[in-house]
Design a protein around this ligand. Structure first.
Ligand code: SF4
Length: 406
């Protein structure tokens, strides 16, 4: 049997079928969309899992909107739908605010609102600002409701307060949002997951989770607590990408899957995780991820072993976002209150620049940091390098950030 055949389909078939239709869509500028804008049962469909206490089933692979979409009709959205990828992860700020308007254009042109789950996020964390962002998102998306609304990148527990709970309840009553949760990629993700577990009106959390985190006992305990409390868990940053652009070459493909596919399958093997969001900026990446998702076999021991070998080899090249360590080390070295460098964010933007090649987006995000956090050349990051528990050479990477981002 061909080694890529599983459950009656082959990866080659997924790719070939996807390619033919996408080519047609591109040629027609999307006008031929109506005939393909639905799941096609004869094609392998992405498995679905229940998203915690929302009680709703969503696909295990979610379309990330961070990079934005074609402003008229994005063929990746149409292609994903055919295989059951009907969940789009948007935010008020993604792609300079155009993610939602582009997605709205697609929904309208494809008459696809009732076929898709739309999540959006608010960068405003106060009740009035959150409600205002919801209205703005609905207007941009051209819809009357979003399926799930997140507080975006929540790191301060005080925002989950009774006033916000009342606002969320009202927005639900008004039919503007169906479910509520938050995303978090701050250093206190463990605290935030425990908080979600204790907050009945938090239905889902999207958080940074990948193969480098499997041995993290505190994180695992927090995930257990949230999962047991019925909080739907969505993984992001599953690639664990390094700020060093050639690091990926150290992954030795000894099985069927590329590094990109293998680490996704590895995250899906965790039963606590409902789904993984992925930024798929090309049709090729989308098809590769679909192929990994529809394949129901587990990774082999050798494939799992290679992920762990790769994780160990590249440990000091990947930043985990735990800047309570390196940030604290900079106090007394020019990084006092009001002048703190934002090390985790800066390294994430550097990774976008060097590893993903998203140069404009990286600079755009860096430009949103407060002025003292952008003035990197004034600081010696030696203390941060020495404080990093993973051995990240913060000083060298910050020097590069000065060159390419500042
Ligand atoms: S540099 Fe190290 S300590 Fe700082 S956020 Fe990254 S992984 Fe954590």
């Amino acid at each position: 049997m061909n080694d890529d055949r599983r459950d009656g389909i082959t990866r080659r078939k997924v790719l070939a079928l996807g390619g033919a239709v996408s080519a047609a869509l591109l040629a027609e500028g999307g006008l031929g969309a109506a005939r393909v804008l639905a799941a096609e049962p004869e094609l392998p469909q992405i498995p679905r899992r229940v998203l915690g206490k929302t009680g709703k089933k969503i696909p295990i692979l979610l379309m990330g909107g961070d990079g934005g979409f074609d402003k008229v009709f994005d063929p990746r959205l149409a292609e994903g739908l055919r295989f059951g990828l009907d969940y789009v992860d948007a935010a008020d700020c993604y792609a300079g605010g155009t993610c939602e308007t582009s997605l709205g254009a697609f929904l309208k042109r494809a008459s696809a609102r009732d076929k898709m789950w739309i999540t959006s996020k608010s960068d405003a964390h106060d009740p009035a600002g959150f409600a205002k962002t919801v209205d703005q998102s609905l207007a941009r998306l051209g819809t009357t409701y979003v399926d799930l609304m997140f507080l975006h990148n929540l790191g301060d527990a005080r925002h989950l307060n009774p006033e916000l709970a009342a606002t969320v309840a009202k927005l639900k009553e008004q039919g503007k949002i169906r479910h509520f949760g938050f995303s978090t990629h701050t250093g206190n993700v463990v605290e935030m997951l425990h908080l979600a577990a204790k907050t009945p009106w938090v239905e889902a959390v999207m958080f940074r989770y990948n193969f480098r985190k499997y041995g993290d006992k505190e994180l695992n305990a927090a995930m257990d607590a949230a999962h047991a409390a019925g909080v739907g868990l969505i993984a992001m940053k599953t690639q664990g990408s390094e700020a060093e652009r050639d690091a990926w070459k150290q992954f030795q493909q000894n099985g069927r899957w590329t590094k990109h596919q293998a680490v996704l399958k590895s995250v899906w093997s965790d039963a606590r995780i409902t789904a993984a969001v992925s930024g798929m900026d090309t049709l090729d990446k989308l098809r590769q991820n679909i192929a990994a998702a529809v394949d129901k076999s587990d990774l082999t021991a050798a494939e799992e072993g290679e992920i762990q070998r790769y994780a160990a080899l590249t440990r000091s090249l990947a930043c985990d976002g735990c800047d309570q360590h390196c940030g604290a080390a900079m106090r007394g070295h020019g990084g006092e209150a009001g002048a703190q460098p934002q090390i985790a964010d800066t390294l994430r933007y550097l990774m976008y620049h060097d590893t993903y090649g998203r140069t404009d987006r990286a600079r755009e995000l860096f430009a949103t940091l407060p002025a003292p956090a952008r003035d990197l050349a004034r600081l010696d990051f030696g203390p941060a390098s020495r404080a990093c528990p993973h051995g990240v050479d913060v000083a060298a990477l910050m020097q590069r950030a000065v060159t390419v981002l500042a």
